[in-house]
Design a protein around this ligand. Structure first.
Ligand SMILES: Nc1ncnc2c1ncn2[C@@H]1O[C@H](COP(=O)(O)OP(=O)(O)O)[C@@H](O)[C@H]1O
Ligand SMILES: [Mg+2]
Length: 425
């Protein structure tokens, strides 16, 4: 009787502990989801802002287009008429020397009118440039036709388009393109424009004689994306504008005719390709723009082997890992060192999560075996243990296995620890 009571008491305690663990798991899952939600809300807000601006700007550009064209077509006509009229006026000056025109004397007109009209022509051209940039800016939301294409082809075209500007500025360009890139689905012209905008900005940021722009392309296996990087050794981006660089009209080149639309167009085009753009800058020391494009390749699953004699822990880890749905996982389990080494004979995981104390063969033994297996040298290993001070940990660290997580796990902590390790897998 007593025994039965004791048994059921223990069962209750066990169940209670399991429940508590489950509650902790849920709580950390919830935190994770909340964080992700907040981030995507911010992105959405930004995207909506850009879209509204795009529509607004398209309207304004359209309205200004016709009047500015009229001015631009007629100004040269006036210039021509004026140059024909000038000798006639000079003849008249002989006969009626004190006549005024619109309140101005012959001398004033002779000295200044040509310049005034030329200034108007320049101003009109500046407005036309802004309008054309604005039209580009608003076009970003419909990067209509996409087809399968090579990012390198766009890079080469953009470099060709930038050639004149490069030659004039004396800046050298140094491409380092991975010729085995997978294809992407994109609009060739848009991608050329993305690259060209970044190159032109880079050229404009260089004010010394050793200007060099490096362009690299490469494939990132971890997320099946193409990474395009454009690095210059120019002035760097000033803190004052760095945090709003992709917004329209942000420029520090107003005096030189900059409209501040280049990067916002670029941003929109990258978004329209499902890509990402970011930059890193060292003031006075150059800037790197990184653009990531999703490819048509399926993302390769990350292979993980979880070795632990406690089934609950294995299940918990699997759950934590699959919380991150960005990437597919292929997860295998083993309940002790022997099972693990047998699996490792045929299964080559990117990541091994290894418990230390297990029946049959412990984690330390497994480490020794891995160490002597060159084919497993790329595999990342995380040791999981409930004994932070145990001497076996030192032995493992000496062999180079120094990534440790401690039980009991906080799932969020676990995911935080694993993600950067997986990112390089
Ligand atoms: N590679 C770079 N180095 C330094 N500053 C840059 C670079 N690229 C962009 N910028 C800064 O970002 C601003 C916005 O660029 P952009 O949107 O192309 O407009 P604009 O070129 O017309 O000024 C530039 O005025 C410049 O200050
Ligand atoms: Mg620009």
């Amino acid at each position: 009787m007593m025994k039965d009571q004791e048994k059921s008491r223990q069962r209750l305690i066990r169940e209670l502990m399991e429940l508590r663990e489950k509650a902790q798991q849920l709580e950390s899952q919830q935190r994770h989801v909340e964080e992700a939600l907040k981030e995507s809300q911010q992105q959405l807000h930004h995207a909506q802002k850009m879209e509204t601006l795009g529509t607004l700007v398209a309207g304004v550009a359209h309205e200004i287009n016709n009047p500015i064209n009229l001015i631009m077509y007629n100004l040269p006509l006036i210039q021509k008429i004026w140059s024909d009229l000038l000798p006639v006026l000079m003849e008249k000056k002989e006969r009626v020397p004190h006549q005024k025109f619109g309140g101005f004397t012959y001398e004033f007109l002779e000295d200044n009118l040509t310049q005034l009209v030329a200034d108007m022509d320049m101003a009109a051209n500046r407005v036309a440039k802004i309008v054309s940039d604005l039209k580009n800016f608003s076009k970003q939301s419909n990067v209509a036709e996409k087809s399968t294409m090579q990012v390198n082809a766009a890079v080469k075209n953009a470099m060709r388009l930038a050639q004149t500007t490069l030659r004039k500025s004396g800046v050298r360009i140094q491409p380092d393109l991975d010729e085995n890139l997978p294809l992407i689905k994109g609009n060739l012209q848009s991608i050329e424009q993305i690259i060209l905008n970044i190159i032109i900005n880079a050229i404009q940021a260089i004010d010394h004689m050793d200007g060099i722009i490096r362009i690299t392309t490469g494939f990132q296996r971890k997320d099946a994306r193409i990474c395009l990087q454009i690095t210059d050794n120019g002035s760097g981006i000033s803190d004052a504008i760095a945090d709003k660089l992709f917004l329209p009209f942000v420029t520090d080149k107003k005096a030189e005719g900059g409209t501040g639309l280049g990067l916002s167009v670029t941003y929109g085009l990258v978004q329209a390709h499902g890509g990402d753009i970011s930059f890193e800058t060292r003031e006075g020391n150059g800037t790197t723009f990184t653009v990531l494009f999703p490819t048509l390749l399926k993302r390769e699953a990350i292979k993980i082997l979880i070795v632990d004699d406690d089934q609950t822990i294995r299940k918990m880890l699997i759950e934590a890992l699959t919380l991150n749905r960005d990437r597919p996982y292929l997860i295998e389990e083993a309940a002790n060192g022997i099972e693990a080494t047998i699996k490792l004979g045929t299964y080559r995981p990117d990541l091994l999560i290894l418990d230390i104390f297990m029946p049959e063969m412990d984690g330390l033994e497994v480490c020794r075996i891995i160490k002597n297996e060159p084919e497993l040298s790329d595999m990342k290993v995380i040791i999981s243990t409930g004994y932070p001070e145990h001497p076996k940990l030192d032995e493992m660290a000496k062999m180079g296995f120094s990534n440790v997580i401690y039980k009991p796990f906080d799932l969020l902590e676990f995911v935080k620890k694993v993600e950067p390790i997986l990112a390089t897998a």
